[in-house]
Design a protein around this ligand. Structure first.
Ligand SMILES: Cc1cc2nc3c(=O)[nH]c(=O)nc-3n(C[C@H](O)[C@H](O)[C@H](O)COP(=O)(O)O)c2cc1C
Length: 281
């Protein structure tokens, strides 16, 4: 489980509940703030830091705009209507969160508390990383004693640079297709990255929905597959029980499909279980 740097609960609380959680950072735009954030994550007791590098500027998410979702959150009639017509969410999530924590803030973008979700400053907090380069990553490597994972790699040359700059693991990801339009599907570039970086675990996410999807990635050399939106959807439908159910479904699919492939362990899978796709002639 990776805790998002954009989350609204303090990272210190989460690591207490789950000492094995990883922390994902969106590094702040200036070096003193980066150093302070890394020190905070270290002091909280996390052992694995994930640095996301594919969201250096805000993308234009037209579906979010169409649905009326904005950052910062702007109170509007349609938002109020959505709240009134979803009482379980209004009382069970939104008002419960305010009662427990006050107005939600982005708690983990900096060493200090970030902006509240309604503040204009939120946009600045999310869009100030366009100048970052590999020297910043190497600096983090010097500061961080634990495992350092880089997330959002899609190119063999970047993967190699990351490992040569001290990454202990790579997550091949296109951010669920939510950043650069027309970007390559991570599965297509996975084998090349696995081959180029044999000394580190190569992991993957973006678009994994079924047990067979997971097995394909493992067969192509992925050591781990992460899932994003399916668990979000499950949480929004049925909270913690929903996420448990979604995990159970995926686990069953992986297990059943392994049986159908005649495979007893994931390590038995390799590319020989797949056929290259040929265009229909
Ligand atoms: C609502 C939402 C918020 C996200 N926030 C973050 C984030 O804070 N940090 C990050 O590294 N990735 C973030 N991502 C990307 C996910 O970590 C992950 O790469 C992606 O969702 C995987 O694709 P999938 O949703 O198709 O499984 C977010 C994705 C979604 C849908």
């Amino acid at each position: 489980m990776i805790m998002s740097g954009s989350s609204l609960i303090r990272l210190e609380e989460v690591v207490q509940a789950n000492p094995d959680a990883w922390f994902q950072a969106y590094l702040p735009g200036d070096e003193p703030s980066m150093i302070a954030l890394v020190e905070r994550v270290k002091a909280a007791g996390y052992r694995t830091l994930v640095v996301t590098v594919d969201a250096n500027i805000a993308s234009n998410r037209e579906n979010n705009i169409r649905a009326g979702f904005s950052t910062p959150l702007r109170p509007s009639l349609s938002l109020a209507w959505e709240g009134i017509t979803h009482p379980r969410w209004l009382f069970g999530t939104f008002l419960k969160t305010i009662a427990r924590h006050g107005l939600p803030h982005f708690e983990n973008n900096y060493a200090r508390r970030g902006a509240p979700i309604l503040s204009q400053n939120v946009l600045r907090d999310f869009s100030d990383r366009g100048h970052m380069n590999w020297n910043h990553f190497r600096m983090i490597r010097r500061l961080w004693p634990g495992h350092l994972v880089i997330k959002g790699i899609l190119d063999v040359r970047d993967a190699r640079l990351a490992v040569d700059s001290g990454a202990d693991g790579i997550i091949v990801s296109n951010h669920g297709g939510r950043q650069l339009d027309g970007t390559v599907p991570p599965l297509r570039v996975l084998p090349g990255i696995v081959q180029a970086c044999p000394e580190v675990p190569v992991m993957i996410d973006s678009g994994f929905r079924r047990g067979t999807d997971v097995l394909k990635a493992v067969a192509l050399g992925a050591k781990f597959v992460f899932v994003g939106r399916p668990f979000n959807y499950a949480a929004s439908v049925a909270g913690e029980d929903g996420v448990r159910k979604a995990i159970g479904l995926l686990r069953e699919e992986v297990s059943r499909n392994m049986a159908m492939l005649g495979v007893n362990g994931l390590s038995e899978l390799d590319a020989s279980y797949l056929l290259p796709a040929h265009p229909v002639s």
